[in-house]
Design a protein around this ligand. Structure first.
Ligand code: NAD
Length: 282
């Protein structure tokens, strides 16, 4: 993997949640490339193991761990193994997250006639779907932070990176729960940055624009591979007129984790979005 710049993380242990997925695997790969020992956590053990295996084959030090970011015991168990395998956590990337169809409306705008049609409206959103999404993104950031940031207390150059989203600034249509949950992740990033400031633990977040991954490909591409109308709208609202590539998150990630470059930066949510958040549409 070609890194945007070199960085030495040889003495560091990095824990990455959601590392069975596309964006966090890429981040885990980059951390390993810089010499960190990387623990890849995911609900999907096979995906975590496979990605860790690939990193090891590339010469990195990595291991996959099955963990549910919504269950304290599961995180404690993974943490215990990581302490034995690699030692205490210096870097935590809270990457596990996503949306759910039960918390997604079929249409962007409500029209009264939808009530008589087979359309999932705002009124049909399932409480358990909304709770699932809020929990996965917000509680799924809070619990791993409670678990792994304990290792950072009293140690130097430790840092936490959360993953927010464009919809934290302005909600995207159809996905109210995911939007609200990511807004909570941004808010929590600022809260925790303040809370941990005296201990020297920096807390920042990346706010990726649009990247095609497992969790959104059904919203962005039809089954036949043609782009959906939503893709057209996204690209029209992205001044650079394209989706991002996972590798394009790496420069920001390494910068925010780098004590020399970003040692006075905490509580920042950095958009990596091809200009999406800056563009009013006119
Ligand atoms: P992805 O679906 O490829 O990866 C998400 C991973 O999280 C999956 O491997 C999944 O198994 C894991 N996961 C789900 N529930 C879990 C749980 N309870 N415990 C542990 N792991 C769990 O998605 P991605 O696009 O790589 O997403 C990574 C992060 O980036 C997410 O927080 C997502 O919300 C955020 N994000 C993505 C985009 C985008 O355009 N793809 C944009 C903004 C933010």
């Amino acid at each position: 993997m070609k890194l945007p710049f070199e960085m030495d993380l040889k003495e560091k242990v990095a824990v990455v949640t959601g590392a069975g997925g596309i964006l966090c695997y890429c981040m885990a790969q980059a951390l390993a490339e810089c010499g960190a020992k990387v623990a890849l956590l995911d609900l999907n053990q096979e995906a975590a193991n496979e990605n860790a295996q690939k990193i090891c084959e590339e010469g990195g030090i990595a291991k996959g761990y099955q963990a549910n970011v919504l269950e304290k015991e599961s995180l404690q168990e993974a943490h215990q193994h990581i302490l034995e395998d690699f030692g205490p956590c210096d870097i935590l990337i809270n990457g596990a997250g996503g949306n759910h169809p039960l918390a997604t409306t079929d249409k962007e705008y409500f029209q009264a006639a939808d009530l008589d049609e087979d359309v999932k409206t705002f009124f049909d959103l399932a409480q358990n779907g909304v709770e699932f999404v809020f929990n996965l993104n917000f509680i799924g950031t809070l619990l791993p932070t409670q678990e792994f940031s304990r290792d950072m207390i009293g140690r130097k150059n430790c840092s936490i990176l959360n993953i927010s989203s464009m919809n934290a600034y302005t909600p995207l249509t159809k996905i109210p729960a995911y939007s609200g949950a990511k807004a909570a992740v941004s808010n929590f990033t600022q809260w925790l940055a303040v809370h941990f400031a005296k201990e020297g633990i920096r807390v920042n977040a990346l706010a990726p624009g649009f990247f095609v991954t497992k969790q959104n490909e059904r919203l962005l591409y039809n089954k036949d591979g043609s782009p959906t109308a939503r893709t057209g709208k996204i690209l029209a609202a992205t001044p650079m007129e394209r989706f991002g590539e996972a590798e394009e998150l790496l420069g920001s990630m390494l910068f925010l984790l780098n004590e020399e470059a970003a040692g006075f930066i905490t509580g920042v949510i950095l958009p990596i979005d091809g200009g999406f958040s800056a563009y009013s549409g006119v």
